[in-house]
Design a protein around this ligand. Sequence first.
Ligand code: FE2
Length: 442
Amino acid sequence: MEDLHEGTEKEKNGKTSGRKQMIRNRTIPLEQLAIGMEVVALDKSWLETNILFHRFRVRSSEEIAKLRENGILMVTIQVKENEPERTATKPRAAANAREDEDRPIFDEQETEQDFQDLDLHPPYSIAEWTALQKKTVALVSKSFEDVRMGRALNPDPLKPVVIETVEMSLSNPRHNSFLVTLSEVDDESYVHSANTMILSMALAVQSGIPKEELVSWGLAALLHDIGKAMIPLDILKKPGKLNSEEWSTIKKHPQLGFSVLSKNRDSCVSGLCATVCMEHHERKNGTGYPHHIDLKDLNPVSRSLMVLDIYEALTSGRTYRNPLSPAKTLTYLLENEIHRLDPKAVVQLVQMIGIYPVGSLVELADGRIALVTGYQDPDNHTGPVNLTILFSSRSSPLEEAERITLPSIDRDNVRQTFHPRELGLSPSDVIGHIETAETEHG
Ligand SMILES: [Fe+2]
């Protein structure tokens, strides 16, 4: 079973050849899996195994043994077109089979070679990620529509996208979290719910939340604002500030959502999701709404989600408010909101996002404005950073973008940050620059 898509080949000297190459998915029996191969799917769903990563590069025979223990029979791997079939199926004499069992099928040299090649294909591309985000928004929209029309909410279609998001987050939580800030704001409730779930999964994975709890967290994030489905659209979509009566109506959405979710046949929806829906606007010392409950008496998922709720709302913007950059949003949270929130949850978010995540637009000390396209250590937002210079000054866009690498970026060499919209850049502009830079820098 195979499917094809285009990839880009990088030569070993670190420069791109510019040639397009077909990447192929091939499903093979587990016995043919070898060290160095890149697994992109297993024949069992994420919930049916205790294997955290379902997309990974095989690094040891122990990993293959773990797949066997979990009853995996077939795996889908990613290979480049023209890669010889021989590497996966080097024949072995029956008499030698037992002693070879624990050894990689590739010899040392071939394994080394293969690692270099497979490193070219990150487990999730930006295109795959944005497709998942769109799918999630569509499913959330359907859930809101069901509630608006008085139909029963079916959580089952939402679970697979939560699972896919977990896998994406496991693959690279930091790299992908910036994309939530690049959403268009049409249908803002749906986008907000999807983005909050995406952030929530990245944070939950980073915090080591047990796998069996992740889907519940994700559903709770997707449904936390479902009560807004019962708020009149002319209030929800009103441009400009709300008057006090309209504001009182909006503030009913936690209770309205709870009334729907708590009756759902699914125990996760009627339990955790309903609780988080009711609690996500409560604040420290009972300064929130609707029941003025102190933070310490809230579910930990509610304490975490309320921070992500604010972060997403500020970075995405609203019809009546321009979006903020991640750095400005985190600064705002630390300076103005932390006293009403769980400080641990705020710090976790700062650690996950980083001050200048990929996708940030920074004005350097010399006035040039650059897009952060990647860190050389993707697990760490410190150290060498790849930038694409887009403006020589705020009013002077460059005709041709220029790529540079700096040893680091911090408060000493960044004057200020911008949201793409402040500079007239669309989400696709930003994504395009990042993809180009990723191809260049590898
Ligand atoms: Fe809300």
